[in-house]
Design a protein around this ligand. Structure first.
Ligand code: NAD
Length: 357
């Protein structure tokens, strides 16, 4: 298989971790007879420095022409003082919207080798967990009308949440399809006891769910979901929720997995092309020191092989190599705890994964 992959290395640790994932992809390609061509493009703070804007048109064009996009992270203190419209993070929203990516998949699981990293009680850790968060990515309150105005008690600010039936239908379908390939259970999270958007969300998810009789559907209020994620995470399989609830709950899920440096994500639209990136940011505090954990980006590359190229065996090959490296005690600084545990550098951890492919 010949594929063109756009690389958005971005800022901070972005270039280090993307280089790691590229080495892994090149090894898989060589072993399995594929050919991946990589094109590097600028986005984020490095694009502001080079051409004055966070998302140059050339970057969007190349991403749209590629078969898939692998992204490191954007942003950092150097660009924090810039106005909202010209901040590095604008590049992410711009790319998602240009590529029509409305589904964000964030798997979170407990690696048996990292049980000690989990902040939950031993009896909960014992049961383990393996869930997939499906977050709506281009609608809801993050994209609604907002502003400042004069209110009853003086100046006030407002944000609005709107969801169309179409937006809920397509994310619900994505969740049910994903559940069919996993544990056949969807938990739909909303705040239907208060919000009208949530009531529309709930009735729409149920209507779509009727087409998936083999998948169990459960509703849960978001406040309860926040509790259940730390009390009983093994009860979840696929979780589907709105943009803001998903933003918050997926970070909670990342913390019970051990480290933010472990969690990959995929952003998908209607076509196969998607954007694959770790869920963490550019980690400016460790950038350029060869200390970053590359596993979240390597696992994002595995998701790319699975979802963009339908290369399930190759995706599993990478995931198994990561499992094996962790089982063998390989640790980067963020997950190296206890006496005598040596922290590997980013390049050493990458080599450890490649050795086990
Ligand atoms: P962050 O995720 O970059 O870092 C939080 C903490 O986790 C830091 O201590 C960092 O060292 C650590 N960390 C993160 N990734 C790691 C890895 N792979 N290995 C080891 N440790 C890791 O979040 P932040 O500090 O809030 O944000 C830093 C910058 O990143 C900001 O400019 C923010 O806007 C940006 N950001 C970008 C994205 C993205 O590009 N998708 C996402 C979140 C934040």
């Amino acid at each position: 298989m010949r594929m063109n992959i756009a690389l958005v290395k971005g800022d901070g640790i972005g270039p280090e971790i993307v280089d790691s994932a590229v080495q892994v992809l090149e090894t898989v390609a060589a072993r399995c007879g594929h050919s991946f061509a990589f094109t590097e493009v600028l986005a984020g703070g490095c694009a502001i420095d080079a051409v004055g804007i966070p998302l140059p048109k050339e970057t969007v064009d190349i991403c749209l022409q590629s078969d898939s996009v692998l992204l490191g992270a954007v942003g950092g203190p150097k660009w924090d003082g810039l106005p909202g419209g010209n901040r590095p993070e604008k590049a992410l929203l711009g790319l998602r919207s240009a590529m029509g990516l409305y589904t964000n998949l964030r798997p979170a699981r407990l690696y048996p080798a990292l049980k000690d990293e989990c902040p939950l009680r031993a009896d909960i850790v014992e049961k383990g967990f393996d869930l997939l968060m499906v977050r709506e990515l281009t609608g809801g309150i993050y994209f609604g009308d907002r502003g400042r105005r004069e209110g009853k008690y003086g100046p006030e600010a407002y944000d609005t949440e709107a969801y169309s039936v179409m937006e809920v239908e397509r994310i619900a379908r994505a969740a049910f399809e994903a559940a069919r390939k996993r544990g056949k259970k969807v938990t739909s999270i909303d705040k239907a006891n208060v919000l009208e958007t949530s009531r529309l969300w709930r009735e729409t998810v149920h209507r779509i769910g009727a087409n998936y009789p083999d998948v169990e559907l459960q509703d849960m209020l978001v406040d309860n979901a926040a509790m259940q994620l730390v009390r009983n995470p093994s009860s979840f399989d696929v979780v589907v929720t709105s943009n803001m609830f998903g933003d918050i709950l997926s970070d909670e899920a990342s913390q019970i997995s051990g480290s933010i440096g472990l969690l990959p994500s995929a952003s998908l639209g209607d076509g196969r092309r998607g954007l694959y990136e770790p869920i963490h940011g550019s980690a400016p505090d460790i950038a350029g020191q060869n200390k970053a954990n590359p596993l979240a980006t390597i696992l994002s590359a595995a998701m790319m092989l699975r979802y963009a190229f339908d290369l399930e065996d190759e995706a599993r090959m990478i995931e198994r190599a990561v499992d094996k490296a962790l089982e063998d005690g390989c640790r980067t600084a963020d997950i190296a705890r206890g006496e005598g545990v040596k922290a590997l550098s980013c390049t050493e951890m990458t080599a450890a994964v490649i050795e086990r492919l």
